[in-house]
Design a protein around this ligand. Structure first.
Ligand SMILES: CCCCCCCC(=O)SCCNC(=O)CCNC(=O)[C@H](O)C(C)(C)COP(=O)(O)OP(=O)(O)OC[C@H]1O[C@@H](n2cnc3c(N)ncnc32)[C@H](O)[C@@H]1OP(=O)(O)O
Length: 150
C-alpha cells in the first residue's frame, strides 16, 4: 500500500473539500490509499457522528463513500495514464451520482474500513464500488459515478 494518500497530493483550491481537504480543519480528512487494485481508508467515528444511540449517522457514511470513491477514481486515472499521482496536469473528478445501500446499523465504537475498486473507466466517466465494514462485517455499500473535471 502506498504511504501517501491521493488526497495528500491535492493543494490550494483542491485542499479545502469538507470530505477530504487537508486544509479544512472542520472536514472529515478522508484519505484514499490506492494499491493498484483497491482503495482503502480507515475512519473512527466520534460521538458527534451518532444517529441513534450506538449507531453511526448515515449521512456521514455517504460522505465517506463520496470522497473515498472520488479519490479512488483520481488515483486510478493517474495509474491508467502511467503518471505519478499529483503530477501535472492535475486530474480531478466530481461526483455525478452517489448510491448508498445501508445493510445494517453501523456500530459506534469500531474503526470503519472502506474498500473500493473500479467498476468502469470509460472516457471522462469512472464508476467506483465501495464497501464499508465494521469489525469485518459489511454495514453499507455504495456505487459512485465520477466525472473527470480536469
Ligand atoms: C478537491 C477534492 C474533491 C474531492 C471529491 C469531492 C466530491 C464532490 O463532492 S464533487 C461536488 C458534487 N458534485 C457536483 O457538484 C457535480 C455537479 N454536476 C456537474 O457538474 C455535471 O452534471 C457533471 C460534471 C457531473 C456531468 O457533466 P455533463 O457534461 O453533464 O456529463 P455528460 O457528458 O452529459 O455525461 C458524461 C457521462 O456521465 C454520465 N452521467 C452524467 N451525469 C450523471 C448522473 N447524475 N448519474 C449517472 N451518470 C451520469 C453520463 O451518462 C455519461 O455517461 P456515458 O459517457 O456512459 O454516456
Amino acid at each position: 500500500m502506498p504511504l501517501t494518500a491521493i488526497q495528500d497530493y491535492f493543494t490550494g483550491d483542491h485542499a479545502i473539500c469538507y470530505g477530504c481537504g487537508s486544509d479544512n480543519a472542520h472536514g472529515l480528512q478522508v484519505r484514499t490509499y490506492w494499491d493498484g487494485q483497491y482503495g482503502t481508508f480507515h475512519f473512527s467515528p466520534q460521538d458527534y457522528h451518532t444517529a441513534f444511540p450506538g449507531v453511526v449517522y448515515g449521512g456521514l457514511i455517504a460522505s465517506l463513500f463520496d470522497c473515498h470513491c472520488i479519490g479512488t477514481a483520481v488515483a486510478a486515472a493517474y495509474e491508467k495514464e502511467g503518471r505519478p499521482p499529483g503530477s501535472d496536469p492535475l486530474i480531478m473528478y466530481v461526483t455525478a451520482n452517489l448510491n448508498v445501500n445501508y445493510l445494517r446499523p453501523t456500530p459506534m465504537g469500531s474503526e470503519l474500513m472502506l474498500k473500493s475498486h473500479i467498476i468502469e473507466q470509460k472516457g471522462k466517466k469512472t464508476v467506483v464500488a465501495c464497501t464499508l465494514s465494521a469489525d469485518d462485517t459489511p454495514c453499507a455499500n455504495a456505487t459512485v459515478v465520477g466525472i473527470r473535471a480536469t
